[in-house]
Write a protein that binds this ligand. Structure first.
Ligand code: ADP
Ligand code: ASP
Ligand code: MG
Length: 412
């Protein structure tokens, strides 16, 4: 039997009624003759609540226990989905990550899937089971501890199952009807894309467009998974949603295809560090060991042998970063006069494969922000993206004015 992977995000399983609705969709695919692997997220808001409980209990928590707590939301929805399907007369059972097993690295709270042996589930399909409901977002480490795959990780579970079972398609059901030129909740002018290239989706995701987890796009690209994003609230149709596919298959030929933002950025500056060979290694080594995801970096011009070093990282890692740098300072590895954290910033990015061949994107971006009176704090570029760090209060204004400036509301 051909296998289909269907993933339902938090809002699509937020209540028992919605689980029923999702289960009906699964039933339709079973009726078409598919063996279906359903990947479920926790009910919306549940994972945030669990993360909150962990932080309240232990601010610099043991990541293994964080995973034990935070993975539990998916267990509930997996069981409820299996029960709902059984009530409909569809042979189904639930699987937690460790039962499959979804084998991951031991990088707790940000583990990577290494292998999904298909035998256990395939055997059950052979015995007449029609739907395997798998708890997304979780796996098991080589030591046998429960791991999680980073926020939004159920998308990655879905794509990894599609690759492991050579699925005909991987459908990601969410609360919007596809991938848009920017977050439709921020810009009413956002336009739905029928197709988007893996490369652009990868950049948009890694720059904050949480509609797909970055790693899921990476995996889909590597294993050639047919990946579709669609709404669980609209009538089923074959043309629905957005197809994430190879570059050649996309139609758009404009310099910028989308605007992404990341709200939870922090800018940290080490004031007056010695400008000597090895200083960057001495700063960023301890940060990496502490698990801080450093993104943008700028080193100012040195004055009398001393310089300022600025970097950005997620807001919730500021405490870890401060601790790591203070310890490096106290042990004499680095020496700075002050450490300043600005937690009121956000990152706005313009993404497009057209940037490879069309110039002027940076100029348009900077002029647009300047016309709105928005000060740029840090800039970073790559072949197909330009990102800026700005004050968080300007997030909506910046996204909307850039969406206008790059004329993204008009059809391609
Ligand atoms: P789920 O719980 O189904 O995984 P998420 O909240 O993780 O859903 O992702 C869907 C959300 O992603 C949408 O509600 C939307 O606000 C946001 N989003 C951000 N950027 C985009 C974009 N470019 N296109 C579509 N949605 C986007
Ligand atoms: N429930 C997890 C989260 O909120 C995983 C997911 O929804 O993809 O991050
Ligand atoms: Mg998600």
């Amino acid at each position: 039997m051909p296998v289909l992977v269907m993933k339902f995000g938090g809002t699509s399983v937020a209540t028992l009624d919605r689980i029923k609705r999702a289960a009906k969709r699964v039933g339709l695919e079973v009726a078409k003759g598919y063996d279906v692997i359903v990947i479920v997220s926790a009910m919306s808001g549940k994972t945030n609540e669990l993360v909150g409980w962990v932080n309240e209990t232990s601010p610099l928590y043991d990541a293994r226990e964080y995973d034990a707590v935070v993975s539990s939301g998916e267990n509930v929805t997996a069981g409820l989905m299996a029960l709902t399907l059984q009530e409909m007369g569809v042979p189904a059972r639930s699987w937690q990550g460790w039962q499959v097993p979804v084998k991951t690295t031991d990088a707790h709270s940000a583990a990577r899937i290494e292998e999904i042996p298909p035998e256990n589930i395939t055997e059950k399909f052979g015995e007449g089971m029609k739907v395997a409901v798998v708890a997304g977002f979780q796996g098991v480490s080589p030591e046998g501890r429960i791991t999680t795959l980073g926020r939004g990780g159920s998308d990655t579970t879905a794509v990894a199952f599609a690759a492991a079972f050579d699925a005909e398609r991987c459908d990601i059901y969410t609360d919007v009807d596809g991938v848009y030129t920017t977050d439709p909740r921020i810009s009413p002018k956002a336009r739905k894309l029928d197709k988007i290239s893996f490369e652009e989706m990868l950049e948009l995701a890694s720059l904050g467009a949480k509609v797909l987890q970055t790693r899921s796009v990476e995996l889909a690209m590597r294993y050639k998974v047919k990946l579709r994003v669609l709404s669980s609230f609209e009538e089923p149709s074959d043309e629905a949603g957005t197809l994430v596919c190879d570059e050649e298959e996309t139609m758009e030929n404009r310099p910028v295809s989308g605007i992404a933002y990341s709200r939870d950025e922090a800018k940290m500056t080490l004031i007056s560090v010695a400008d000597r060979p090895g200083i960057a290694a001495a700063i960023f080594g301890p940060l990496s060991e502490a698990g801080v995801n450093v993104d943008m970096i700028i080193q100012n011009i040195a004055d009398e042998g001393r310089t300022d070093m600025t970097f950005s990282c997620p807001t919730d890692q500021v405490m870890r970063a401060t601790k790591a740098l203070q310890e490096a300072h106290d042990s004499g590895e680095i020496n700075f006069r002050d450490l300043v954290a600005d937690t009121d910033v956000c990152k706005i990015s313009a993404v497009g494969i057209g940037m490879r061949s069309q110039s002027g994107v940076a100029a348009t971006m900077f002029k647009t922000l300047s016309d709105e009176g928005i000060n740029i704090k840090v800039i970073a570029t790559s072949e197909i993206k330009i990102s800026v760090l700005i004050d968080r209060k300007y997030l909506e204004l910046a996204v909307q004015s850039l969406h206008d400036a790059f004329e993204l509301e008009t059809a391609g």
